[in-house]
Design a protein around this ligand. Structure first.
Ligand code: SAH
Length: 402
């Protein structure tokens, strides 16, 4: 048998043992084990590939280790892993193949969604010929993995990128105790482009904007909302016009509201790109809805897609109050037969909680609601059934009666 190199021998030796609670989590097919459930660790540097054992030493699989996160390990395989970059490359190719049959009517969608694609700590999005990636953990930040990801994406026949951009969230690197680095082009020349979805076009700039730049998780919800939208429409947290521009094809008039001026400037450019005229208002949607309701303004279609109100479990009660308030105000302004499209992207607010809040708002507004569609994120964002964290977006489409 050939002798192992020192590096790979060390690598293979890194190992942890888990408490019975940690083992139970893995048996339930959740990939995360918290630090408090690691009972023993041996030769484990930050970002290591570790062999995972139960308390008696039985081998359970291989995980990626973080020295700083409370989530100490994220499982990557139920077997041994000799070559992490090769495994990452294989999983990326599988994620691309998974979407090939599922994702339609667009050149912009998530290609790799971290745990949901068995690549914990890695996110890759496609925006036509610009690909973006985000690295969220120590293990995915290791140089050989960093090299393998763009290389794999470039070699995929279906991708043909003209640029690959890394988007960095400083707070995440800090939490993972990784050295700071700027966002920027990793490969190629191109960082901005034009994308299409459901026949609507949008400018995309990989080095600007929120999240990874556009809300790809709402793509199918835009199309669904447009199926029912009519009359006068209001998109209360419109960002760069995702819902608003889809509604424009069906509605007599559309007003988009957002507190971010740069987002509205891009929304205006997107409207021009599609030959549409919409009204954009810079302001606080809470205040504006209150004013409009007091002034007896009425709409036929209202979209509510606010930012996450509950960032942690502790914010839950307050967040539920915020969602109720917003929905109540919108319901008061909707004409009979009107359509409410209401979204919630807080993971901590469960699907049942959210339905409950909207039902409460309907009661207080003295309206009846019929649920037309109970939706989630677009298919580029798969939900892994035993990993609740992969399911966060709720989008309800409701028909309003007095
Ligand atoms: N519907 C959009 C995404 C909305 S993200 C799309 O599909 O593209 C949430 C948006 O709410 C952001 O653009 C943010 O600027 C805006 N926002 C946050 N707080 C706000 C407030 N109080 N009033 C209006 N807009 C707000």
């Amino acid at each position: 048998m050939p002798k192992k190199s020192v590096a790979s021998a060390l690598h293979l030796e890194a190992s942890v043992r888990l408490s019975s609670r940690g083992v139970a989590r893995l048996q339930a097919r959740h990939p995360w084990v918290y630090r408090s459930d690691i009972t023993e660790e041996k030769d484990v540097p930050p970002g290591a590939v570790v062999r995972v054992h139960d308390s008696r030493g039985k081998f359970l699989g291989t995980a990626l280790y973080s020295s700083s996160s409370q989530i100490a390990i994220r499982m990557i395989s139920h077997g041994s892993v000799a070559d992490l970059p090769a495994l990452v490359a294989e999983r990326i190719r599988a994620a691309i193949a998974y979407r090939k049959e599922l994702v339609r009517n667009t050149d912009a969608y998530r290609i790799v969604f971290s745990e949901a694609d068995f690549l914990p700590g890695l996110i890759v999005d496609r925006y036509n010929d610009v690909l973006t990636l985000q690295i969220l953990t120590q293990a995915m930040d290791a140089a050989p993995v960093r090299e393998a990801v763009p290389q794999t994406l470039r070699s995929e026949e279906d991708m043909q990128p003209a640029g690959i951009v890394e988007r960095v969230e400083a707070r995440i690197r800090e939490m993972e105790q990784l050295p700071p680095r700027p966002s920027g082009l990793l490969w190629g020349e191109k960082s901005s482009t034009v994308i299409g979805m459901n026949g609507v076009r949008f400018h995309y700039d990989g080095l600007e904007g929120q999240k990874t730049g556009a809300f790809l998780d709402q793509r199918e919800n835009y199309a669904a909302a447009a199926e029912y939208a009519h009359g006068e429409a209001l998109d209360a947290f419109c960002y760069q016009g995702g819902f608003a521009l889809h509604l424009a094809a069906k509605c007599a008039s559309v007003t988009g509201v957002d507190s971010s001026r740069p987002a509205l400037e891009m929304a205006e450019k997107n409207a021009a790109l599609n030959g549409r005229e919409l009204e954009w208002i810079e302001g606080n949607a809470f205040d504006l809805l209150r004013e409009y309701a007091a002034a007896n303004r009425r709409y036929d279609t209202i979209v509510l897609d606010p930012p996450a109100f509950a960032k942690t479990k502790r914010d839950l009660e307050k967040a539920l109050g915020g969602y109720k308030e917003l929905n109540l105000r919108a319901l008061k302004m909707l004409r009979p037969g009107g359509i409410l499209v209401t979204c919630c992207c807080s993971f901590h607010v469960g699907a049942t909680d959210f339905l409950g809040v909207v039902a409460d708002a309907a009661r207080d507004a003295h309206k009846s609601l019929r649920l037309l569609e109970n939706r989630g994120a677009a298919k580029g964002h798969p939900i892994l059934l035993n990993v609740p964290e992969t399911s966060y977006l709720k989008c309800l489409i409701l028909s309003v009666s007095d």
